[in-house]
Design a binder for this molecule. Structure first.
Ligand code: PGA
Length: 248
């Protein structure tokens, strides 16, 4: 049994005051939810305030990125140790926006995952094809490359995968449940090649325009184990509805 994981990716949104306001409103809305692991990933600057207000709740904290060294002369970077220090449980690695705007390669992603594993952080490892790659029929090939290169030489420790087709992120175009399941079952097969039976325990999240009204049909697919939610996670009401997808 894989416990569903629903994570909010706030991207570059919310000040510390807005973070506190969100959490104060959100926690009562998800009070008592135990059958879903709930995660929020604010900007670095909001991690300490989020940690403080989430303390003792059923919501865990994630960062949106990490550097691969522990300390040193790397201006502007944040290390896995620093994320542990502000009580992060997870870190998102390899988001398509990092790959696209900040030139993150599979090799960089691999180093970051290794460092996060060494620090005992959970990892939400993002993969997904662009529209151009999908239209060229290259989706599965791209996923295979991202998995093989991103996880090269690494164990499955702390690993969660997020399948996010780039064409579905922030566009309002969600993958159909069938398209998501096709990708997710392929990803599971690749994970089996790498990790054998352990692959059955790895959660594979879907991301890309997840909303309260499409989450249930996505979650109904056998290999969809949760969601990484951007836009619809910025409001307590819509994110809590996504978390409570099982309730009518
Ligand atoms: P979206 O973003 O829900 O706004 O499409 C998802 C993501 O990029 O993680």
């Amino acid at each position: 049994m894989r416990l569903p994981l629903i994570a909010a990716n706030w991207k570059m949104n919310k000040t510390t005051a807005e973070t506190r306001e969100f959490i104060t409103e959100f926690l009562p809305l998800v009070d008592g939810v135990k059958d879903v692991e709930i995660v929020i990933a604010p900007a670095f600057t909001s991690l300490p305030v989020a940690a403080k207000f989430l303390k003792g709740s059923n919501v865990k904290l994630a960062a949106q990125d990490v550097f691969w060294e522990t300390e040193g002369a790397y201006t502007g970077e944040v290390s896995p140790l620093m994320l542990k220090d502000v009580e992060c449980t997870y870190v998102i690695i390899g988001h398509s926006e990092r790959r696209q705007y900040f030139n993150e390669t599979d090799e960089i992603v691999n180093r970051k995952i290794r460092a996060a594993q060494e620090a005992d952080l959970g990892i939400i490892f993002c993969i997904g094809e662009t529209l151009q790659e999908r239209e060229a029929g290259e989706t599965l090939q791209v996923l295979k490359r991202q998995i093989t290169e991103g996880l090269k030489g690494l164990s499955a420790q702390g690993l969660v995968i997020a399948y996010e087709p780039v064409w579905a992120i922030g566009t309002g175009k969600t993958a159909t449940p069938e398209q998501a399941e096709e990708a997710h079952s392929f990803i599971r097969k690749e994970l089996k090649t790498l990790y054998g039976n352990e692959a059955e325990q790895i959660r594979i999240l879907y991301g890309g325009s997840v909303k309260p009204d499409n989450i249930a049909s996505l979650m109904a697919q056998p290999n969809v184990d949760g969601a990484l939610v951007g836009g619809a996670s910025l409001k307590p009401d819509s994110f809590s509805k996504i978390v409570r997808f099982k309730e009518p």
